[in-house]
Write a protein that binds this ligand. Structure first.
Ligand code: HPA
Length: 239
């Protein structure tokens, strides 16, 4: 069973025929929103708005553990996380869709494991995204002629502020191609529960110091409006 976790610009999934809106409780608290169950392109899927339906949760206050736990308890075996990101690599400019293959995690203070005393998990995370699911995304992109970049290193920052230009220089030296705030701990929590996980990132701005002028929310919104349509087409084809 597939679940899609939508981020900024994807708080609802157009094309999803809604069958149920499920209120969940987990040992870790409540998920970001009700989990919507429906059909996308004739296939059953679950959908969860990462920041809540009204986009009220900041990246560091999302209850990632409750989200992943709730999805697994509904029988989810594959998750596609959708994120809006900044581009660091010059070839990953606004409106480019990236399906990253690696992560550098700069977040702190987030509940980032299901490990607890007496039950320590040291999950292998060499390849943070499930290759099989990435390949399904490439095949879907091909089928519906959506251009995607098939690799990239996602640097995950704490937010909610954007980065300084010097921080982006550092991320670039570290090998990051794109920067966002929500890829972690989502990916590792899915791994700990043996759920397949891949990410679809839409570049909505050039990262700090990588373009003339400052980053404005108006510019980001314009790119979100233009680019999320393609992301939706891609998601429909993978369902
Ligand atoms: N930095 C971090 N997160 C982001 C950005 C950015 O430039 N754009 C969208 N999410």
């Amino acid at each position: 069973m597939l679940a899609i976790i939508g981020g900024t610009g994807l708080a609802a999934l157009e094309g999803l025929t809604l069958e149920d809106s499920i209120v969940m409780e987990t040992p870790y608290g409540v998920p970001s929103a009700n989990i919507e169950k429906g059909e996308l392109n004739g296939s059953p899927v679950f959908f969860l708005a990462r920041h809540g339906k009204a986009h009220s949760l900041t990246p560091h206050s999302v209850n990632y553990r409750a989200n992943i736990w709730a999805l697994q308890s509904l029988g989810v075996t594959r998750i596609i996380g959708v994120n809006a990101v900044g581009g660091i690599n010059a070839s990953m400019g606004p409106e480019v869709i990236v399906i990253p293959d690696q992560i550098v995690d700069y977040t702190w203070g987030r509940q980032s494991s299901f490990s607890e005393e007496g039950r320590v998990i040291h999950a292998d995370f060499t390849y943070p995204y499930t290759e099989e699911l990435r390949q399904q995304l490439f095949a879907a992109a091909n089928k519906v002629s959506v251009n995607v970049c098939d690799s990239g290193v996602y640097g995950v920052t704490q937010g909610p502020r954007l980065e300084t230009a010097a921080e982006i220089d550092r991320l670039e030296k570290d090998g990051c191609d794109i920067v966002g705030m929500t890829a972690m701990p989502e990916a590792i929590l899915a791994r700990e529960l043996n759920i397949q996980y891949a990410n679809v990132s839409l570049v909505v701005n050039m990262a700090a110091g990588r373009s003339e002028g400052l980053i404005t929310m108006d510019d980001i919104q314009r790119v979100l409006d233009a680019g999320m349509g393609q992301v939706r087409v891609l998601l429909s084809a993978v369902a």
